[in-house]
Design a protein. Structure first.
Length: 407
């Protein structure tokens, strides 16, 4: 860490890299076909991982901590401004069912992996909680649960790099599946069929550039979006801290009190829940704010850069190779359940792919994949469904962590 070209206390230089590489990833995604197919999220993650492992940037720094502590909480409400629970059900009820079926695959994989490896991998109860949450909603849940269960830094770093390696590999697989005859013969492909009717001349710019094109946005929109997000974070964390102090917890406390303390006293659970409730109660206010999705997505791209950084690939093969085995079991279980049940309930190939992606990587990566593939009609539904994963994943991950800790 000390031998990196950029030192951990070079805060401004590191922030220039974090913000700059996130911007470069977005630029590449929107201006080059190859990058659009790969997705900006993967470019952000893999680029940072490479620079960290060749010694350009440090593996740890206070700059990265700032992203986890402040940028991620601020991004969550911005991305949830469209998470009106009534709207999700009305517009995406079918996809929501598939998302939950896919999530069941994650839970099954976490349970199987835990009982196979719990005597081999130290701290697997904490990793199981983090990965369950992460693979039902994405990396934002990983950040929330790693903080909640106070996982040691070295364990978090090893879990992050195992997660990132597996996540990048799985995204490549998902991107390739639509070109494999076995899958196109077994599943309906209505979005691909519709897309094939559009000529390359008509397409012109990349799908990402088309989706994230310039929109009318005022200073008022930016002010309301950011200000509201700050207010929601402040209120949520204040309420959670109050519940954490009021509700007793500990080894000598009743299990129900411990569970209530864990749920109501968790800042991220309170934040996602309060935001969703507020958005559902005041839909016209939140729908009237433009630019929240763009600002929140950019902040999450910075987060993607950070999660690509903090662990050495060499060290994980030396110190924690079984973590790779664990995350492999979880991801493969998710994939198997998603595709088997997706086929059984007659979902399309595109729906299964984005639902599984939304579980493993979150709504941002799922939407990016839908955009990259030209499945534009799936973008809004998977964003809506995937944002619900922030809430559901946190609760399920918390439950899994509490259960596993008993062993």
């Amino acid at each position: 860490m000390e031998n990196s070209l950029i030192q951990p206390d070079d805060i401004w230089i590191l922030w220039a890299f974090l913000a700059g590489w996130a911007a470069v990833s977005i630029y590449l995604e929107q201006n080059y076909k190859w990058a659009s197919k790969l997705s900006g999220a993967i470019i952000a993650l893999v680029g940072a991982m490479i620079l960290a492992n060749v010694g350009i940037i440090p593996l740890e720094s206070p700059a990265y901590d700032t992203v986890w502590e402040y940028v991620v909480p601020l991004a969550i409400p911005l991305l949830l401004f469209q998470a009106n629970i009534r709207k999700i059900w009305n517009e995406s009820g079918r996809l929501l069912l598939l998302f939950f079926l896919s999530a069941a695959g994650t839970v099954a994989g976490a349970i199987i992996g835990f009982f196979l490896l719990k005597d081999i991998v130290p701290g697997l109860d904490q990793v199981g909680a983090m990965m369950t949450g992460s693979y039902i909603g994405g990396g934002v849940n990983f950040a929330a649960l790693s903080t909640k269960f106070e996982a040691p830094g070295e364990l978090v770093s090893s879990a992050v790099v195992a997660d990132n390696l597996m996540m990048a590999l799985y995204f490549f697989i998902l991107m390739a599946l639509p070109a494999i005859n076995f899958f196109t013969k077994k599943f309906k492909t209505p979005y691909m069929d519709e897309r094939s009717k559009i000529s390359s001349q008509e397409r012109g710019e990349t799908e990402a550039a088309s989706y994230w094109g310039r929109k009318e946005m005022s200073l008022q929109d930016i002010g309301l979006a950011v200000g509201t997000s700050f207010a929601l974070v402040a209120v949520s964390f204040f309420i959670a801290d109050w519940f954490a102090e009021v509700i007793p917890a500990g080894e000598d406390t009743h299990i129900i009190a411990n569970v209530l303390n864990g749920i109501l006293g968790d800042g991220y659970l309170m934040l996602t829940t309060l935001t969703m409730v507020t958005v559902t109660m005041f839909p016209r206010y939140f729908e009237g704010i433009r630019g929240a999705q763009e600002i929140g997505t950019y902040l999450i791209y910075i987060f993607f850069v950070v999660i690509g950084v903090p662990a050495s690939i060499v060290l994980i093969f030396q110190n924690a190779p079984m973590l790779l085995v664990f995350v492999f079991i979880v991801v493969m279980s998710n994939m198997l359940v998603s595709f088997v049940l997706g086929r059984l309930f007659k979902f399309s190939l595109e729906e299964v792919i984005v639902a599984s992606n939304a579980n493993i990587g979150g709504p941002t990566t799922a939407a990016a994949m839908a955009i990259a593939k030209g499945w534009t009609k799936l973008v809004v539904p998977i964003l809506l469904v995937g944002t619900l994963g922030y809430i559901v994943g946190n609760y399920i991950g918390t439950g899994i962590g509490v259960w596993f800790s008993g062993f």
